[in-house]
Write a protein of this length. Structure first.
Length: 377
């Protein structure tokens, strides 16, 4: 009886594994259809990301089929630019990289990854670019690398269209398409690909750089990431907040080498740019408010000039106008005080502060003159 029960359980587990395999993989016939369609893309369909994604995935219902079409086309149509390989920084503007890859069909890993990502998103798939570095034959590569993650049937998988396109042989790049880096399990990808940001390891307990280097993966059991929820939350954040959280995660696993240091520096620089731009925006808001103050005060001056500088017998309107000008001026002053300007903005801020101070002095001088007039009359 016990033996029969064990056999039944094994049989059920086998069926479950087999069904998952069928769910995730493509048949040889399906792959042939996808490859045929990807190999016959008309030039006009390559004019935009949207047109290319539409053509590549037309007629395919399954996410895995759409992703395979994109992976196959990118790996087979982008030519690796070996001359630029040593100067990879991963900091080029994303849209520029995408357009270069699409129209010139030549580039480095960032071009492959950004174009894959753009096509996948255009096809309605959840996808992202994963920056990091790699390891081959037990040795850490000394230039950064980019690859992809995409969500297929509710689960995240890894893709590397650059490595899927070919490989280096004696400092030459040899084109050779392979499916080895298509739809890889995240844990398996960590054998050769190390993301700078541990969130994009897509595992619950991230490894650190030492584990990656040695290949002896000993995940941090004290650090649990519900990466499914965390990634959704992360992508919903404004970019400035994303940068702050990414820097914290990168520091947690350590600044292990010059590539990680370069990535962290890039995050930090982008964050400083956001801070500087925020200061500029706040300063510009203050200037717009100050212009309104000047406008209101000029209205007061025009009214008084029309009366030869004399106050009217009924001073309520004039008094209210001066109070409005003073109140707005104090709001601008408070906004100026809240700024933490860059060196470049400091001189401009100081000049505008002096203008505001002089304006407030004039307003208060007029208020004193008005108060004296009211007392005498």
């Amino acid at each position: 009886m016990k033996k029969a029960v064990i056999l039944k359980i094994v049989f059920l587990l086998t069926l479950l594994s087999f069904s998952l395999l069928l769910f995730a993989q493509l048949s040889g016939k399906e792959k042939h259809e996808i490859r045929s369609q990807a190999a016959d893309v008309p030039r006009r369909a390559e004019s935009t990301v949207e047109r290319l994604a539409s053509y590549l995935t037309k007629g395919f219902e399954k996410d895995v089929a759409k992703t395979y079409a994109i992976y196959y086309w990118v790996a087979n149509n982008i030519r690796y630019d070996f001359d630029e390989a040593e100067s990879i920084t991963l900091s080029s503007l994303r849209e520029n990289v995408i357009q270069e890859a699409l129209h010139q069909q030549v580039g480095v890993c960032q071009h492959y990854a950004e174009l894959f990502n753009a096509l996948a998103r255009s096809a309605g798939l959840k996808s992202t670019v994963v920056p990091g570095y790699t390891k081959q034959h037990g040795s850490i590569d000394d230039i950064p690398h980019s690859w992809n993650a995409a969500k297929i049937n509710g689960k995240w998988y890894m893709f590397d269209p650059t490595w899927g396109a070919g490989h280096m042989t004696e400092k030459r790049y040899k084109k050779h398409f392979t499916e080895e880096y298509f739809m890889v399990q995240p844990r398996d990808m960590l054998k050769s690909h190390m993301p700078f940001d541990p969130l994009f390891q897509f595992v619950n307990h991230p490894i650190d750089h030492r584990d990656f280097k040695t290949g002896r993966h000993q995940p941090d059991k004290d650090w649990y990431i519900d990466y499914e929820k965390e990634i959704e939350r992360y992508f919903s954040l404004p970019e400035k907040k994303q940068l702050v959280e990414a820097m914290e995660r990168v520091k947690r696993v350590g600044i292990a080498n010059k590539m990680v240091r370069g990535y962290y520096s890039n995050l930090n620089q982008r964050h400083r740019v956001y801070q500087a731009n925020e200061q500029v925006d706040m300063h510009n808001k203050a200037i717009r408010m100050m212009n309104e103050v000047v406008k209101d005060y000029n209205e007061y001056i025009n009214r008084m000039n029309a009366r030869g500088g004399r106050f009217p017998d009924k001073t309520e309107n004039i008094e209210a106008l001066l109070q409005t000008v003073e109140s707005k001026a104090l709001e601008v002053e408070a906004l100026f005080d809240s700024l933490n300007p860059t060196m470049k903005l400091t001189d401009t801020l100081d000049k505008n502060r002096k203008i505001l101070e002089n304006l407030l002095k004039q307003v208060r001088r007029e208020q004193d003159r008005l108060e004296k007039f009211k007392q005498e009359n």
